[in-house]
Ligand binder design. Structure first.
Ligand code: PEP
Ligand code: MN
Length: 337
């Protein structure tokens, strides 16, 4: 439920209410908006009578949240969440562009990619160190050495960094080196990993599962937020459909819908969504037009020799063209790039 406080409520009234809710078995989350203060109370026990709460000092009204996800829903928080990373915000008016190779392969490869994407205006460097590959015989990533390179190249180029974590060990290691932890499509419903991400103290980039509904995706985000971490960025990366002429089917309606249902930022990955570099530009523009808060794009200094996802990776020139084409579109929809 959501307890909406009166505008003139004081700290003591909030504390009394918080105690009462916790005693009833609820987990509480105080959300201070610009227009109102609300307490989100979640839990599966219902011993506290909402009518009784409404008569407590400082309380304006008590609302039941009808959706299964609570803390991530717009019912609890109307205003957009802006995830802060250093001086940058993901989810505000300014679009975020995350770019870099699918996998960290070497210092030279990462540095070339980072310099190129930075020059073209990207804000965050991506690079996989633990790769969840379909085949056990494919390149699995440089693991901790890859994390070390990401930290070094990120610091050298002034870019924030993001990398995928696949289990407890990689999460603990990555949290020491990078700014944002990514939970990939294949692990979107790894609930233990989601809870650990909630306790990591790092912003989480949560990709939509290969066959996950929007509700399942938001429930996965709820796991992270209810474990104590409100800094979640959602990422639509295409879903499995009957269509096999693209790697996945980019579900842009899910982006527009998620923006209505949740206050969390939503970005789009046109690289994994299409699997084809020729389609990445068009889908990036479409994503921005649909209201996405940013993009995550695979860029390799030489995609022909990439160890992972070469066919969908842009080279630095193609990425630069994409950014140039995106600017007028961002302006047209009232966003900055
Ligand atoms: C990735 O971004 O490197 C990745 C593996 O993406 P996804 O989890 O969306 O397949
Ligand atoms: Mn990839």
């Amino acid at each position: 439920m959501v307890v909406v406080m009166k505008l003139n409520t004081n700290a003591e009234q909030i504390a009394t209410l918080d105690k009462r809710l916790k005693a009833g078995g609820y987990q509480t989350h105080l959300i201070r908006g610009t227009k109102r203060i609300v307490i989100g109370a979640v839990g599966d026990r219902r011993p506290v009578d909402p009518a009784g709460l409404e008569s407590m000092p400082g309380v304006e009204k008590v609302l039941r949240i009808m959706r299964p996800y609570k803390l991530v829903s717009r019912e609890v928080q109307e205003a957009d969440t802006v995830v802060k990373i250093g001086g940058m915000g993901i989810g505000g008016n300014k679009l975020t562009v995350i770019a870099g190779p699918c996998a960290v392969e070497s210092k030279e490869q990462l540095l070339l990619a980072a310099r190129a994407v930075r020059r073209s205006g990207a804000n965050v460097l991506r690079g996989g160190a633990y790769k969840p590959r379909t085949s056990p015989y494919s390149f699995q990533g440089l693991e901790e050495e890859g994390l070390r390179l990401l930290a070094e190249v990120g610091a050298q180029t002034g870019l924030a960094t993001v990398t995928e974590v696949i289990d407890e060990e990689s999460l603990t290691a990555a949290a020491r080196y990078v700014d944002i932890l990514q939970i990939g499509a294949r692990n979107m419903q790894n609930f233990r990993l989601l809870r650990l991400a909630g306790k990591s103290g790092k912003p989480i980039l949560l990709k939509r599962g290969l066959s996950a509904t929007v509700e399942e995706w938001l429930m996965a985000a709820e796991y992270i937020v209810s474990s104590g971490n409100g800094d979640v960025i959602l990422c639509e990366r295409g879903i499995r459909t009957f269509e096999d002429s693209t790697r996945n089917t980019l579900d842009l309606s899910a982006v527009a819908l998620a923006k209505q249902l949740t206050h969390l930022p939503v970005i789009v990955d046109p690289s994994h969504a299409t699997g084809k570099r020729e389609l990445v530009g068009a889908m990036s523009r479409a994503a921005v037009a649909a209201g996405a808060d940013g993009l995550i794009i695979e860029v390799h200094p030489d995609p022909t020799i990439a160890l992972c996802d070469g066919p969908q990776s842009l080279d630095p020139g193609e990425f630069d063209d994409l950014m140039t084409g995106l600017r007028p579109l961002a302006t047209a929809v009232g966003r900055e790039l």
